[in-house]
Design a protein around this ligand. Sequence first.
Ligand SMILES: Cc1cc2nc3c(=O)[nH]c(=O)nc-3n(C[C@H](O)[C@H](O)[C@H](O)COP(=O)(O)OP(=O)(O)OC[C@H]3O[C@@H](n4cnc5c(N)ncnc54)[C@H](O)[C@@H]3O)c2cc1C
Length: 417
Amino acid sequence: MDTDVIVIGAGLAGLQCARHLEREGRRVIVLEASDAVGGRIRTDTVEGFQVDRGFQVLNPAYPALKDGIDVDALDLQSFGVGVVVRDGDTTDTLAHPLRHPEHLLSTLRSRHTPPADLIALARWIGPTLLRTKRPARTATDETLRTSLDAAGFTGRLRRDVLDTFLAGVLSDSTGGNSARYVRQLVRYFALGAPGLPSAGMRALPEQLAGTLSEPVRLGAAARQVRETPDGVEVATDDGVLRARAVVVAVGPQDVAGLVDVAVPATHALTTWWFRAPSRPAGGRFLTIDASRAGGGPAGPIWNTAVISDVAPTYAPAGEHLVQATTLLDRPDGLANESEIRRDLERLYRTSTRDWDVLAHHVVPHTLPSQPPPLTDRGPAWVGERTTVAGDHRESGSIQGALVSGARAAGAVLSRLG
Ligand SMILES: Cc1cc2nc3c(=O)[nH]c(=O)nc-3n(C[C@H](O)[C@H](O)[C@H](O)COP(=O)(O)OP(=O)(O)OC[C@H]3O[C@@H](n4cnc5c(N)ncnc54)[C@H](O)[C@@H]3O)c2cc1C
């Protein structure tokens, strides 16, 4: 045997799995096809800016971060907990009343927060916010859309704000995800202030990878997984590796290429990153657009933020970084640069003539689709010695990926004895 366990994929799930296995004294080889760890969490340095490959944030309220992650070392730069809503010519800041009491009056007075909607919101999320322990994931679940309707949550706060905000978070504008999954994410938003590590989102997987005693093997794609009577064989371009067990942690789009499981559907988005020489009117909140009659954005952008206002380490001194996200389940998801600029000019009420595009990321697989019911699926054994990990096995999020990796490690440890 070359090692005890081979972990295929150095995203969060694979890294967390390897860390748990090593902690229990197992020898682990982590194979990663690409040139860096992190999977869907990557950051590039572009002309002095830190540019994440697709806008995403880290929520420090995720319980899985307590499992071995040094959040303080990530030096999170936090977003405001709330949103700026652009609606035609008006701009409202709606914010968490306890975290941003200075915005309480403007939040309550906004035409986007009619009292009936605030009551319906409380009806929809209240029980999830107040519970003290994680409920059993029974089969009783419904789509987000149905659950909001059932709570009588049908007014402007939903139409203009929640639907648009959640569509950006989930990369899904259909409302078809599991209500249980979305309520859980909203609970984390209420409990934590999401932010960006000072060294970029990549700092999270890099921290995990740095705890491993054997470095992740980069540029080492697994081509085939085969069980033998006493172990597993993993074929790579450099030969065959043998181990007692294998964990396939490759992400939803790649898993079916290695093991016989159904391919999970995924959602998709694009993020445009702009350099702005002068500071746009931004602030620490995410901006969403509610200018279309009937709710939702009037243009292709579902959310935007002046990232350097939130995370000054993302831009060189005196320069500004703006992200704009579009959704690929919308007809205008692949809007071109001039359409995006036009939309940004409307949203920031400024010319973008002297803004430069730093990057445009088209991310075809952001999150696995999470239709109801969201249930506990347990360890995903696809053979005697082959198990599957990843956010698609638990829930689409950083939290889900970390939990899945830890669970897969536990399952392997008990099977190996
Ligand atoms: C644009 C975007 C925005 C997001 N926003 C958020 C957010 O705000 N909050 C949040 O909680 N989550 C967010 N997510 C989701 C979160 O990033 C993922 O849930 C999580 O990173 C998934 O980790 P994973 O380990 O399950 O899979 P992945 O990160 O996909 O890792 C799989 C790894 O396997 C490797 N691999 C594939 N095939 C092979 C092979 N044959 N051999 C070797 N290696 C292989 C891949 O290269 C990859 O490194 C976002 C994701 C994206 C892309």
